[in-house]
Design a protein around this ligand. Structure first.
Ligand code: O2Y
Ligand code: MN
Length: 635
């Protein structure tokens, strides 16, 4: 892209690197530590220009337009998708790369057995060598950003240095960026240092490619929790490059949360209003690709109930003055999976992405709109697929397999404020008081539709035992059950055994009765007819029971694995499964709400196995809870 042009057009705060060295240069901040850090990195990477982002609409538009000029973005038909762009990534850079993601602590055991580890000195040396000269011919963008409303006592400030304009415009949607953040930072405020490069320097006169990146073996997504730093190299995609999201808001924040006594979780936050106008805020930790965005924006299929969105992916929670846990969404946008999103599965997401949205790796239709598999509208007769090739519904690869028009991990980046069901209080700096936590996963067998924890230790046990079938959002084999404790497996910023201990200590910080009630849900049980539960808008029936339990009502039976709803406790008024008669559904509900004792015995063994790599770092209280449930199942 024409970086020089963009920089000139976008902001007065673009400076030549040489000039940046001169003391006369004007910076949009008086934070000396920040200025020095930026200049040192500009020198190391040999960036052509330095551009301090101000976060204005003008800047956003100028960068997007320069990306259209360079071929990195396609502008969509403004009559169909006003203010929207399409990016196509390199075929090798399409998702988070867990095998290149590191938690770098002085002692290996502090990263724990679930994380890749290299000692900080060694990793920093390797990456410093990679950063040397890596921005030749490119602009270094300085992105000051706030995770959470600016000035909230729960928010944190980060600064990302990147050579990717794609990262800049996505960060502007996903976080609060620019001058207002620098103002909040003042002369000596604390910030989290985030370094990023796509790792593709340009030789003089060399033409850029639409999606520069480095080969897999040169990609590093590194976290240094002991110094709260993030160093990323080689990838321009999503969680690898938009460093506010998974890297800061989960990995670094989970480590900070432990030190500071709060929780940083992979959870959606929703506001639920009953027909009687009672409000409950509920958070839910489901692994990647288990429908967090769908639940957060759900259209309930029970009259009088209303769901509104606070967040769809991450929750930061602190104990408030009244002893309750208060949650904020640290993000300001949605980076949602496109394939499968339709007016059936998530109408509010579809309404959110009608304008001002960046699409990545979706198909381009001949009339300048986007399309993906599972959009709920017929496939176009012709399109350009996510790799930029001509596509028709009959296109096959060299093995005769149908080619998908959109990549399975294609994404939309859209402002949260555009969501038609965003709650009025979604940016409340004090957060919202949480009544319930849901854990869950994609489990075709054994795990019931919903199950309430008996006490706090049981709640933490439930979270520790979570798991899910894998999908395309990670690079693992698709369709096998992977243990995913608290839905945090890819995002623990420290030893997951210590993380469980941190959760167990929450009742030491407040009255345990003020902590959220905890439930495990599973929308994904299957039998010979397919899914046993409709999911989507019908999940309101489970949420209604959750509310009843919070309020001390709601019929339940105590079982070895928790409190299960009695067969008549879930409101099934108006529920229709076209595959099952009412009588069949009654039987299905019985199966969904009973304990499969033999299945659970195996489940308990699998959980025990998953604790083994942690040795003594897995808290005794959880092993004791596991033994207690095992003994109860034997009775
Ligand atoms: O593949 C990526 O880089 C994105 S992963 C992602 C994006 C939004 C929300 N959640 C996730 C996730 O993997 O949990
Ligand atoms: Mn996620």
């Amino acid at each position: 892209m024409s970086c020089k042009k963009t920089a000139k057009r976008a902001c007065k705060t673009t400076v030549k690197t040489k000039a940046a060295k001169a003391s006369a240069v004007k910076y949009p901040t008086r934070h000396e530590e920040l200025i020095k850090w930026v200049n040192d990195f500009a020198k190391l990477t040999q960036a052509k220009n330095v551009h301090w982002c101000d976060g204005t609409k003008k800047e956003y538009n100028a960068i997007c337009e320069s990306m259209v000029e360079s071929g990195a973005f396609v502008k969509l038909n403004p009559k169909k998708r006003p203010g929207c762009y399409l990016a196509r990534s390199h075929w090798s850079d399409v998702a988070r790369v867990e095998n290149r993601t590191y938690i770098s602590t002085e002692k290996r055991e502090d990263a724990g057995p679930t994380n890749n580890w290299v000692a900080p000195d060694e990793l920093k040396k390797t990456m410093t060598d990679l950063y040397k000269g890596c921005m030749k011919g490119r602009t270094l963008y300085v992105i000051p950003f706030s995770m959470g409303p600016i000035g909230s006592p729960i928010s944190k400030i980060g600064v990302e240095l990147t050579d990717s304009p794609y990262v800049v415009v996505n960060m502007i949607i996903m976080t609060r960026v620019g001058t207002k953040v620098l103002k909040q930072l003042g002369k000596d405020g604390e910030f989290i240092k985030c370094l990023h490069s796509v790792g593709a320097p340009l030789k003089p006169g060399q033409k850029d490619v639409p999606w520069p990146c480095a080969p897999l073996e040169k990609k590093y997504i590194s976290h240094f929790p002991e110094t709260s730093e993030i160093w990323s190299f080689g990838s321009g995609y999503g969680g690898n490059a938009l460093l506010g999201k998974k890297c800061l808001a989960l990995r670094i924040a989970s480590s900070l949360a432990r030190k500071e006594g709060w929780l940083a979780e992979h959870m959606l936050i929703l506001k639920l209003t009953s027909p009687e106008n009672k409000v409950h805020y509920i958070t839910a930790a489901f692994p990647s690709a288990c429908g967090k965005t769908n639940l957060a924006m759900m259209e309930p299929r029970l009259p009088g109930w209303k769901v509104e969105t606070i967040g769809d992916d991450i929750a930061w929670m602190k104990i408030g003055a009244d002893g309750r846990l208060y949650a904020i969404n640290p993000e300001s946008g949605f980076f949602g999976v496109a394939p499968g999103t339709s007016m059936d599965s998530n109408p509010n997401a579809m309404r959110t992405i009608t304008k001002n949205t960046i699409f990545t790796n979706c198909a381009l239709t001949d009339d300048g709109d986007i399309w993906w598999e599972g959009m709920g509208v017929p496939a176009p007769a012709h399109a350009i697929d996510w790799q930029g090739k001509d596509w028709t519904p009959d296109t096959v690869d060299k093995d005769g397999k149908k080619v998908k028009a959109a990549h399975p991990n294609a994404r939309f980046t859209a402002p949260a404020a555009q969501c038609p069901v965003i709650a009025d209080e979604w940016e409340d700096p004090n957060g919202v008081p949480v009544s319930a936590f849901l854990f869950g996963g994609r489990r075709p067998t054994v795990i019931p539709l919903v199950n309430q924890a008996k006490d706090w230790t049981h709640a933490v046990f439930m979270g520790s035992a979570a798991g899910s079938e894998t999908t395309a959002a990670n690079l693992a084999e698709v369709g096998v059950v992977r243990r995913d404790p608290m839905a945090m497996l890819p995002f623990f910023g420290y030893n997951a055994g210590d993380y469980m201990l941190h959760w167990l200590t929450m009742p030491l910080r407040t009255d345990v009765n003020k902590l959220p009630k905890v439930f495990f849900t599973n929308w994904f049980r299957k039998d010979e007819k397919g899914f046993m539960w409709n999911g989507f808008g019908d999940n309101i029936r489970v949420l209604k029971w959750v509310c009843e339990r919070i309020e001390g009502k709601g019929k339940a039976v105590e079982t070895p694995i928790g409190f299960l709803p009695t067969p008549d406790a879930i409101d099934m008024t108006g529920y229709v499964d076209p595959q099952r008669s009412a009588a069949e559904m009654k039987k299905t509900m019985k199966d969904l709400l009973s304990v499969d004792v033999e299945g659970w015995k195996k489940e308990i063994e699998a959980v025990a196995e998953s604790y083994k790599p942690f040795g003594n770092r897995m808290p005794y209280a959880l092993k004791a809870k596991l033994a207690e449930i095992k003994a109860a199942l034997e009775k």
